[in-house]
Design a protein around this ligand. Structure first.
Ligand code: 6YU
Length: 503
């Protein structure tokens, strides 16, 4: 086989687009992308709230600096504003948790200041940083990040705040708020599901997180323009990948192909190589039917054990702001929640308690007064099942309680529903309790396994969840697509000996 190899990529998210881009640049011309939906971009999706551009999926470039390939592409395509590209911005290193200017509101309708809440925030950040250290040192005392943070908070807080007993209860409630928000960052139901030993495996890059003024989709749109026009077959969900396939596939003109891709509509495609980029959530749901013969056991176990959860956004627009002009992040603190837990006991009645943080869309001149609320886990999945009107009513009630203003009324609302998206089945992956980097390696391992006598590299795996240090991000997804393309390029380079790159 050589550059004429039939290569199919399943999924037209950034990892699939990245893989196609690299293969085509290296002279492979029989490359097709099969996409289940009618659009490209996957979990990068820009939408509208009235006249405003909003992000339904990925929001920021995490760590926008030279080492980040998404940042480099965005600069090349001129998609960022000047400030985001400045050397100063690239040099800021905040370790993944931007220091947003906060406002705090509590369930008794009080607005508290940094003198009351600042210490709780700093205390929590120290515990979070300590949670990341076990990756290099080992010897983690508890299985999950949630258990560790809660145990340490309960042990250390009485001493830490002993001078200020009056604020002790509200600060513990603030730890709860922060735990719930951390569920959004990790995309999990509870931080008790996020493994402590591997938490530090996620690597941050320098640079102050930035957004795309014209929408994140501008990135995938630009990348798509560099690919041949008809490369994507849209609206074709793949049902099953038959590999180690000895019979001739359809339309093969006598050549034998090791892989046959079967679509839901019955269409089939014969291939030498398939790069699978479907989300881990989709793979979990269809683990028994997506591959035939099925996954080797160690790969299947890693698919089952690795974490994939839901993080949703709820956008709300207001006539007038109830927050300070410089505020970037609003925290809601339930004063009755002094017992540490990041889940809600009664889903139907209290799901809204999981919504504890809102980012303020900036700049105000462009967006007006729009907040983006963050909600993760089962409460978020339940929220998806409610009508938009029900969500609006519940959010309105929530904000009336916390602002103490019974007349507050959002003008518009729009929420994402990532759990019910049939080709995402949630938001992004995390390293679950009991998992390690080896599970990510297992997800990424191509089939057939090394040492088999069958044709090599029949099914390859890319996508956000297959990147060891940048899982759950756009740059992790892009790098994983490039990685699998390079695997094929180097395979064919060494196989043919004379193959040289066109670049
Ligand atoms: C980032 C951010 N961001 C918010 C929200 C979400 C995500 N991410 P794709 O799914 O794109 O493509 C697969 C395609 O396959 C798709 O088109 C399907 O339709 C198709 N498909 C599926 N089944 C198929 C079938 N059977 N047949 C054919 N086709 C099929 N990332 O960098 N910055 O701000 C956010 C955020 C709400 C949902 C994000 C963010 C994640 C990215 O969006 C995501 O990784 C990539 O887009 C995935 O690309 P892909 O190609 O792999 O799949 C300390 C510590 C802790 C660790 N975590 C902290 C990290 C923080 C992560 N933060 C994310 C936060 C936000 C807000």
């Amino acid at each position: 086989p050589d550059r004429d190899s039939q290569i199919f990529i399943i999924g037209c998210g950034i990892s699939g687009i990245g893989a196609a881009q690299k293969l085509i640049k290296h002279g492979f011309h029989n490359v097709r992308i099969i996409e289940a939906t009618a659009r490209s971009g996957g979990r990068i999706r820009t939408g509208r709230l009235g006249d405003n551009i909003i992000e339904i999926g990925a929001n920021w470039i995490h760590g926008p600096s030279k080492e980040n390939p998404v940042f480099r592409l965005a600069c090349d395509y001129q998609l960022l504003d000047k400030e985001s590209m400045s050397e100063e911005n690239q040099a800021i290193d905040i370790g993944g948790h931007p220091l947003f200017v906060p406002n705090w509101f509590t369930s008794s309708g009080r607005k508290l200041g940094p003198e009351t809440m600042g210490p709780a925030l700093e205390f929590f950040m120290t515990l979070l940083e300590r949670s990341q250290q076990f990756h290099s040192t080992g010897g983690e005392p508890l299985p999950s990040v949630g258990e560790f943070i809660k145990a340490e908070a309960e042990r250390l807080a009485p001493e830490e705040w002993k001078e200020d007993r009056d604020n002790f209860a509200v600060r513990m409630a603030m730890i709860n708020t922060l735990l719930k928000l951390e569920c959004c960052v990790s995309g999990t139901h509870t931080m008790d599901d996020v493994g402590l030993g591997a938490f530090g495996m996620y690597t941050t890059l320098p640079g102050l997180d930035c957004t795309f003024p014209g929408g994140y989709e501008g990135l995938t749109d630009h990348m798509m323009k560099e690919l041949p026009r008809d490369i994507v077959l849209y609206n074709k969900p793949v049902k099953c990948i038959h590999w180690n396939y000895t019979k001739n596939g359809p339309n093969t003109g006598g050549t034998s192909f090791p892989v046959t891709i079967e679509c839901v509509n019955g269409e089939t495609f014969a291939a030498d190589h398939v790069i699978v980029t479907v989300p881990l959530g989709y793979m979990k749901k269809h683990q028994n039917t997506f591959l035939s013969p099925s996954f080797p056991l160690h790969k299947l176990h890693s698919i089952q054990r690795m974490g994939f959860g839901t993080n949703n956004k709820i956008f709300v627009e207001f006539e007038q702001p109830f927050w300070d002009e410089d505020c970037e992040l609003i925290y809601l603190v339930w004063e009755d929640e002094t017992h540490l837990t990041d889940v809600v006991s009664d889903l139907k009645m209290s799901w809204i308690r999981k919504l504890t943080g809102f980012t303020v869309l900036k700049p105000t001149e462009r967006f007006g007064h729009v907040l983006c609320g963050w909600i993760a886990g089962q409460e978020s999945e339940y929220m998806e099942s409610l009508s938009e009107l029900e969500v609006l009513q519940t959010v309105t009630q929530l904000l009336r309680i916390f602002t103490g203003n019974p007349t507050i009324m959002p003008r518009k609302l729009l929420r994402s529903q990532w759990f019910h998206e049939p080709y995402s089945c949630g938001s992004y992956s995390y390293v679950a309790k009991g998992c390690s980097g080896y599970d990510i390696d297992n997800l990424a391992e191509p089939l057939p396994l090394k040492g088999s006598n069958s044709k090599p590299l029949q099914v390859l795996f890319a996508g956000e969840a297959t990147h060891r240090s940048f899982f759950s991000t756009v740059h992790g997804a892009l790098l994983s697509g490039w990685r699998e393309a390079e695997r094929l390029i180097s395979h064919h380079t060494s196989a043919s000996g004379s193959f040289s790159s066109k670049l």
